[in-house]
Design a binder for this molecule. Structure first.
Ligand code: FAD
Length: 417
């Protein structure tokens, strides 16, 4: 078996691995990425949030991505029957990007890796990690290429950005059950032949069919639109008796008064894919000589499109800390990595939980709108979940719950008049 030596080895070329490896390569670190599949490959995660732009920019990937003409996402719309709540990222509290993209991930991730290769990042497709062992902080990773050939890669630091592959959580027994209730999703793309002109056609929207059940509509600049249904696993399983994903997604679209005409009779571009009980967590986000980033660490829920943002936030931070460590600095991974990431995860976990209890929906649809509250929530939805000057970040634990309680009391008082 041949042996290669690198400073940092990264498992997976999704957004997390791409941002981490591009950053390290730009800093002159000897980095290598091994990716199991060949791109383009289908993966979910098509609605981004503005904070990711900071990461793609810092990784030197923004300019290339910006040239691709992906659909600009300037906000998001939440539909509930006749009630509509629109967030506009240009009208949010605090600093930060006020737009991002809605993207077919196959094309987006492919473009990223093309740019990485053009810049000289050492990236091997169709190379799967089989095993990992550690001697102190140094790791030896055995990989298998598409012809079945094995080789080992020795690295001073290992970043596991393997997404749903969850390589190190599996190999090192780091998996932990998620604290969120089991939810599932079914999605596909359609040729959006009934797309209306203007903003109505391109605005990313979430149609709330029941408190815990929603349909996503993510229009792309290539004329296709992603349509997906999310809800408690029991509900999603109940959409088709035979667990036929096509029938289930067709039935879900029939439940949407808003979108039935646009998508009711349009064929799916690929067999709808089902993702069951997707939330995941880990015991530790790092260990001696390694860090877990992106979906290989925690994944919450798609409702606020936080997945890719956490993937790039953690990928970028792990890369910076790994660079310092291999240069001989002492890094306090607990405070500098785990505590930081866990704070953002905790804020978003509250928003996800309070969405599904219905409390956050009380705030979204309360009339008349409170512009101050809306701007501050908008900043959270844009991914700025570390800005503790925002009370909707700093007091996330109680604020939503308490405000929803007041709104409900006010409504009950009016009803009793
Ligand atoms: P990935 O993008 O999964 O990339 C990991 C890579 O590692 C893959 O290419 C894989 O092939 C490779 N790999 C795996 N195993 C190995 C191995 N053994 N060896 C080598 N390589 C390996 N997020 C959003 O931001 N917006 C959304 O709208 C959104 N919608 C979602 C909807 C649903 C239903 C779900 C479940 C998730 C959604 N997400 C969304 C989350 C999003 O999919 C992920 O958070 C994001 O893709 C994570 O990026 P990543 O780089 O960590 O992993």
């Amino acid at each position: 078996m041949t042996t290669e030596f690198v400073e940092v080895l990264i498992i997976g070329a999704g957004p997390s691995g791409a941002v981490a490896s591009s950053y390290l390569h730009n800093q002159g670190v000897k980095v290598k990425v091994v990716e199991k599949t060949n791109f383009p490959r289908i993966v979910v995660g098509e609605s981004l949030i503005p904070r990711v732009m900071d990461h793609f920019n810092e990784a030197g990937l923004f300019d290339h991505l910006d040239k691709q003409g992906f659909e600009k996402k300037k906000g998001a719309r939440f539909i509930r029957g006749k009630e509509i709540c629109v967030f506009d990222f240009s009208n949010k509290y605090g600093e930060g990007w006020d737009w991002t993209w809605q993207i077919p991930r196959a094309d987006f991730d492919f473009e990223i890796t093309q740019e990485m290769k053009r810049k000289g990042v050492d990236l091997e497709f169709e190379t799967e990690v089989i095993s990992v062992s550690f001697e102190g902080k140094e790791s030896t990773t055995v990989v298998k290429d598409k012809n079945g050939n094995l080789k080992q890669i020795k690295a001073k630091f290992l970043i596991d950005a393997s997404g749903y592959g969850r390589v190190l959580p599996r190999l090192l027994d780091l998996d932990e059950p998620s604290k969120l209730n089991p939810h599932s999703a079914i999605f596909s793309h359609v040729k959006d032949v009934n797309r209306p002109e203007g903003e109505e056609g391109t605005l990313i929207s979430f149609d709330i069919l029941e408190t815990q059940v929603w349909l996503w509509v993510i229009p792309f600049s290539n004329g296709n639109t992603s349509v997906g249904i999310v809800g408690p696993t029991e509900f999603i399983n109940g959409l088709s008796e035979n667990q036929d994903t096509k029938e289930a997604l067709e039935n879900a679209i029939q439940l949407s008064d808003y979108y039935i005409k646009r998508f009711g009779n349009v064929p799916f571009i690929f067999e709808p894919k089902k993702l069951t009980n997707y939330s995941a967590a880990v015991k530790n986000l790092y260990g001696d000589g390694f860090a877990l980033t992106g979906n290989s660490s925690e994944f919450l829920d798609p409702v606020f499109s936080s997945g890719v943002c956490f993937a790039t936030e953690s990928g970028m931070l792990a890369a910076k800390l790994a660079e310092r460590e291999i240069k001989g600095e002492i890094v306090d991974w607990e405070t500098e990595y785990a505590d930081y990431m866990k704070y953002g995860i905790a804020v978003f976990t509250t928003y996800v939980r309070e969405w599904y209890t219905g409390n956050l929906q009380e705030l979204f649809y309360h009339q008349p709108e409170n512009p101050d509250v809306k701007q501050k929530i908008c900043s959270v939805l844009a991914g700025y979940v570390w800005d503790k000057t925002n009370p909707f970040v700093a007091k996330h634990d109680n604020l939503i719950k308490n405000m929803a309680h007041l709104i409900k009391m006010e409504r009950e008082a009016k009803e009793n008049l």
